[in-house]
Each structure stands twice: as C-alpha cells, then as structure tokens.
Design a protein around this ligand. Structure first.
Ligand code: SF4
Length: 112
C-alpha cells in the first residue's frame, strides 16, 4: 500500500480538531461548575424543596415538622471538613451551608 501524505495530513488534522473540540467542550463546563457551586434559595429546584440558607428562616407553617435542630450539618446527605461552615450536599450535588435546610432533611445517625 502506498503512503499518501495528503490523506495522512488530513487524518492528523481531523484528530487534532476533535481533540480541540473535546477540550473546548470540557473547559466551559468545569468553569460553570465553579460558578454554580453553592445552592441558592432562589434556584428553582432548591426553592421547590423549601431550601433555606439558615434553618431559622424556614416557613414553619408550610413545614410544620421542621425543627431548629434540623440543619444541613445534622443531615445524612451532608459532608464537610470539621469546622468548615459549608459542605457538600449529595442530594443537590452542590455546596450548602452547615445551618441550611431543605425538606429532604434526613437525620444523621448517631455515631456508635
Ligand atoms: S438534603 Fe440535607 S444537606 Fe442537602 S440541603 Fe437538604 S437538609 Fe441540607
């Protein structure tokens, strides 16, 4: 089989173009993730879950089973480093404050 330099260059060009497109597609997503890290009370889905940045501001009439002891820091779905005022919520898959709350609160089991 004869080596065709034009075909070879074309293949290299296509591979480089595809690689560039992959990088371009990943970089903005990583950037967007940082911009939207923290859950906001005004975000549509958290809002529908009654999310509050501070458990003291939960609408008690709307959520009568809520207590002030319920906060993200006591939720099974929350994880953070000791002393960090924020942590990751595995439900929203974003950052929430230790004193936050949403109606998906699940009491963390006591350590045994
Ligand atoms: S699921 Fe738990 S950690 Fe996540 S926002 Fe609701 S109360 Fe906080």
């Amino acid at each position: 089989m004869k080596f065709d330099i034009h075909n070879h260059n074309r293949r290299v060009f296509i591979l480089h173009t595809l690689a560039g497109a992959c990088v371009a597609a990943t970089v903005p997503q990583a950037h967007a993730a940082t911009d939207t890290d923290a859950v906001k009370e005004t975000d549509a889905y958290p809002k529908s879950m009654g999310f509050r940045l501070n458990t003291a501001n939960v609408d008690q009439t709307k959520y009568p089973r809520h207590t002030l002891a319920q906060r993200c820091g006591e939720c099974q779905l929350y994880s953070s480093k000791a002393g960090d005022p924020t942590g990751n919520c595995s439900f929203f898959k974003r950052v929430v404050p230790v004193d936050g709350w949403c109606r998906n609160f699940k009491q963390r089991k006591a350590a045994t």
